[in-house]
Write a protein that binds this ligand. Structure first.
Ligand code: AP5
Length: 234
């Protein structure tokens, strides 16, 4: 197999509702192509954990399952995308999430990246999952606070109940995976983030994959999309 960790893949955007598997599949892309995962949810949770000004503002909004205002997102995304490890490409997990964020990203890439390096347009992959399956994935999700590994009590349980297989840490439930918050997050997706798919579909850049399949099947579909995208341009 060719050395996948040496070539440019450009930006990969994973779109999908909460629980679609964006974080899970991002980690597979990171492993295969050697590019970083940029999860805006993780960046925000880091600010919340450190108690920064942005974190204090975001904490209340995230606890309601609503989207953090676009203007607050642009600074943290721009700062991250300018870091050296993003030069060959990266996976965007959770961004863009509004049509305005998608327009902002296009303008940013055009100005700040394409002017400096070889053009490699984003590939936009939409993960399609049935609503009932999403609820099971979100209510069953557990994560390791030490190594970040994801589990699911329904689909990928740890070997020992509530303990990480890798380092034995006690698994945690994300604050916004409570049932009363999940409905708000899914509603925010329907009203705001679906428009992002429309935005990219209108530009013929959207590729949908069936993510209502076992993880390995979804990963294989995604790798196929990235590989054919790169053959066509990067
Ligand atoms: P964020 O952290 O981005 O959360 P999300 O989009 O709600 O997505 P999740 O992380 O819940 O799901 P996922 O698709 O990554 O699924 P996962 O792989 O974990 O955002 C949180 C909050 O931050 C937002 O509500 C908002 O307030 C704010 N925010 C973030 N970005 C923002 C932005 N750009 N603008 C404004 N606000 C923003 O999988 C879920 C579970 O399913 C796991 O247990 C996993 O093991 C399991 N699973 C995955 N794939 C499969 C499979 N194929 N089969 C069976 N189980 C599977």
């Amino acid at each position: 197999m060719a050395n996948e960790t040496a070539r440019n893949i450009g930006p990969v955007i994973l779109l999908g509702p909460p629980g679609a598997g964006k974080g899970t599949q991002s980690k597979q892309i990171v492993d295969r192509y050697g590019v970083p995962q940029i999860s805006t949810g993780d960046l925000l949770r880091d600010h919340v954990g450190r108690g920064t000004e942005l974190g204090l503002e975001a904490r209340v909004i995230m606890a309601r399952g609503e989207l953090v205002p676009d203007e607050l997102m642009y600074g943290i995304v721009a700062t991250r995308l300018r870091e050296a490890d993003c030069q060959r490409g990266y996976v965007l997990d959770g961004f863009p999430r509004t049509a305005a964020q998608a327009g902002w990203l296009d303008a940013f890439l055009e100005k700040e990246v394409f002017e400096k390096s070889e053009k490699c347009p984003p590939v936009v992959i939409q993960l399609l999952v049935d609503y009932t399956q999403l609820l099971l994935r979100l209510t069953g999700r557990r994560s390791c606070p030490t190594c970040g590994r994801l589990y699911n009590i329904h689909f990928q349980p740890p070997l020992v109940d509530e303990l990480c297989d890798v380092d034995g840490s006690k698994l945690v439930i994300r604050n916004d995976d409570r049932e009363e918050v999940i409905s708000g997050r899914l509603a925010a997706y329907e009203t705001q983030t679906r428009r992002v798919a429309d935005y990219y579909r209108a530009q013929r850049r959207l590729v949908a994959v069936n993510a209502d399949r076992p993880m390995g099947d979804v990963t294989a579909q995604i790798f196929g999309v990235i590989d054919s995208h790169c053959l066509g341009g990067c």
